[in-house]
Design a protein around this ligand. Structure first.
Ligand SMILES: [Zn+2]
Length: 101
């Protein structure tokens, strides 16, 4: 790998083969900085995916809510989602039938 010499942008100390400055402990490795950035982006994407999943399960979670008001709300949402998907499936079937002629 060889010797990597990185001059700290914070205090000017010359560091060899170090990700952090030996003098002031600032992160100086570009590779490490990029890796950290990539990790942040990945964590953000995972968090967004989890949020989406939680939204999809909102009706299911509300149905199990101890508060009766939320429970009813969950059932209403569940019914609406079910009815809408049945209508959508019906429409898709009708469109398919029309297209088939
Ligand atoms: Zn430094």
């Amino acid at each position: 790998m060889g010797t990597r010499i990185i001059i700290c942008s914070n205090c000017g100390t010359v560091n060899k083969n170090s990700d952090y400055c030996t003098s002031c402990n600032v992160l100086i490795s570009d590779k490490k900085k990029r890796a950290l950035k990539a990790k942040e982006v990945k964590e953000k994407q995972i968090k967004e995916a989890i949020d989406d999943l939680e939204n999809q399960n909102l009706a299911e979670r509300l149905k199990k809510h101890p508060n009766i008001f939320y429970k009813i709300l969950g059932w209403i949402m569940y019914s609406v989602i079910t009815v809408v998907s049945i209508i959508a499936a019906g429409l898709a079937w009708i469109i398919a039938m029309i297209a088939a002629g």
